[in-house]
Design a protein around this ligand. Sequence first.
Ligand SMILES: O=C(O)CCC(=O)C(=O)O
Ligand SMILES: [Fe+2]
Length: 316
Amino acid sequence: MAMKNIPTVDLTPFFREGYEDERRKIVESITKACTEYGFFQIVNHGVPFDLTSGALQLAKAFFESPNEAKLKYCPLPNAPVPAGYNKKPNPSYEFNEFLIMLPPGSHFNIFPPNPPQFREVMEELFSQFLKIGMVVESILSECLGLPPSVLKEFNDDRNWDFLIALFYLPATETERIGANSHKDVSCFTIVLQDEVEGLEVQKDGEWILIVPQPGALVVNIGDALQVLSNDKFKSPSHRVLRPNGRSRNSFAFFYSLSGDKWIEPLPHFTKEIAEKPKYRPFLYKEYLQLRKENKCKHVSRLEDEITISHYAIPEE
Ligand SMILES: O=C(O)CCC(=O)C(=O)O
Ligand SMILES: [Fe+2]
């Protein structure tokens, strides 16, 4: 595993008047990070540290409760994403437990009553991630060279965003994989990791550690933005290795798209620059459904998983 440094950017200038030069420099560093890694970290993003550390502790307390208690909170079968508690079976090619929530107020949400503040804190975390997500969306839009309103107007339905609390048990002698190499379905994902290492991004065949930093959030590009930008920003392969001797927990916020949207590369990256689209149009919720099957139907072979290349137009 290589120790290259994924850039960390300070977002302070985006919360103040002026600072045009500083903002331009940040846009340049994020563009470079997205082109090279599809990953970067942000600090001074406005999400309170007390909230992030409290949420990590409460989630850990929930996941450490007995299995019978957790299994009462499994998803409803018709939910667009499987909100509630779920666990990858053992043996499987990966091993983790998770609790998914849709936006606060969604009737699909299923929260355990214990620990008592868990629901309230997860809802607050969701709202804070949404707020910073909108700032990140406008920065990424600028990084892609899009006119300011294009991405925001295209992606104007926030009912499909979801937040996952994740828990990884310590590695065993034979099993180290917490989450196998995958690419996220989202436009982009915001990850809050605890202090335990494990998240890695693949670049040029090497695995690079995303070093946990107190107070930082990790951002990575997802498949939807890869399609919309016609591969200008690619959704990076990443994985989670389980730590030795201790557990790890994290939250991942999927800044999504309306499931009712047909998506295909935007004209700014195709017609307007005389490039061929690399993907055929598809309904976003169809892709979400296929990916939900990957996540919950316990596909036991990695090669059987559906990925975004399912919609790629073969090169002539
Ligand atoms: O647990 C993490 O740090 C990342 C999880 C992840 O990649 C995902 O849920 O898609
Ligand atoms: Fe991921």
